[in-house]
Design a protein around this ligand. Structure first.
Ligand SMILES: O=C(O)CCC(=O)C(=O)O
Length: 309
């Protein structure tokens, strides 16, 4: 089923999980938490990541950050290895959980202790395919128990349906007018016990809290797209307010530099486009309408039950 969104675009509103309950929860909240069933304590994943870390040169980056993020690394061979090793590990889990999805990008995030404010700023994940017909998801697997104290992710429940637009990897900060609201009120930290994964709709508003603990917080992100989807990359040219849409393959991300305009991939089209900052009033009205709609649905179900009896 295709549903019209407030931004004028269309998005798919279908079940993407094998388990119907998970599908329902994901459609409503924009995320679910589920055990990584084949590797209950993620020991296998932890040893794969440990071996990959031995080859991780933290200084060889195209972008500085107060946390370690494998996508910022310049070593394409190492990034390919990260993808291959972790994809092979996660594929059985994907096949048991999602309907016809494949791994497309793999990232490692590490937040070291005592490294200042290493929160990851508020964002939506980029689009990796045509967002009018397909949704991508991120499987986020922390390798330790995580909470607000050691840098778990915080999400605005249900925000995945608020703004369905093209999400360029280099999109400007559209959250500046609602940052205080999100951090102080809107975001809820997702507490996760080791052995569980969070599966996020990539358009949900989220961030991750600073790691205030004495230990490193390591996590793996596997971005998955439907197997039939055509992968795309969106680059925003803010000098002329245009969005360039490129056809890509997964190998594109091994050489990836998130700030640079792509040069060696086919351009599908270039469209006039301008990102707008989100207004707090509009966000609040949107969620109020959603609540009213849910209440009306509940009332109508109760009435149906009464009159059918
Ligand atoms: O690991 C983190 O701290 C951030 C993860 C994140 O933003 C994501 O998986 O989209």
């Amino acid at each position: 089923m295709v549903k019209k969104q407030n931004s004028g675009f269309y998005r798919l509103n279908r079940n993407i999980f094998i388990d119907e309950k998970q599908s329902k929860e994901f459609l409503s909240n924009g995320f679910i938490v589920t055990p990584v069933s084949e590797d209950p304590k993620v020991e296998i994943l932890t040893s794969i990541v440990k071996a990959l870390k031995e080859k991780w040169n933290y200084d060889d980056v195209h972008q500085q950050a107060p946390f370690r993020f494998s996508a910022y690394n310049n070593n394409s061979c190492w990034k390919k290895e990260v993808f291959n090793k972790i994809s092979a590990y996660i594929e059985p889990f994907i096949n048991q959980t999602l309907i016809n999805y494949i791994p497309f990008v793999v990232n490692l995030f590490e937040k070291m202790p005592n490294s200042g404010d290493n929160s990851i700023s508020i964002h939506q994940n980029p689009s990796f395919t045509d967002t009018q017909t397909n949704d991508s998801v991120s499987i986020w697997i922390p390798l330790t128990n995580v909470s607000k104290i050691n840098g778990t992710i915080g999400v605005l429940n249900g925000s995945q349906t608020f703004l369905h637009h093209y999400r360029a990897a280099n999109m400007p900060n559209i959250f500046s007018n609602i940052t205080d609201y999100l951090i102080n009120t809107g975001f809820k930290p997702i507490e996760v016990i080791k052995g569980n994964a969070v599966i996020l709709n990539d358009s949900i508003f989220h961030w991750s809290y600073p790691n205030l603990s004495e230990h490193s917080r390591m996590a793996v992100q596997v971005i998955c797209i439907p197997s039939i989807a055509k992968p795309q990359y969106y680059y925003y040219d803010d000098r002329i307010n245009r969005l360039n849409i490129y056809s890509i393959r997964k190998e594109f991300f091994f050489e990836f530099n998130c700030k640079e305009e792509p040069t060696n991939v086919p351009l599908i089209r270039s469209i006039p486009f301008q990102y707008k900052k989100i207004s707090l009033t509009k966000l609040k009205i949107y969620f109020l309408n959603k609540r009213i709609l849910r209440l009306r649905e509940k009332v109508s179900t109760v009435f149906k039950k009464i009159f059918n009896n």
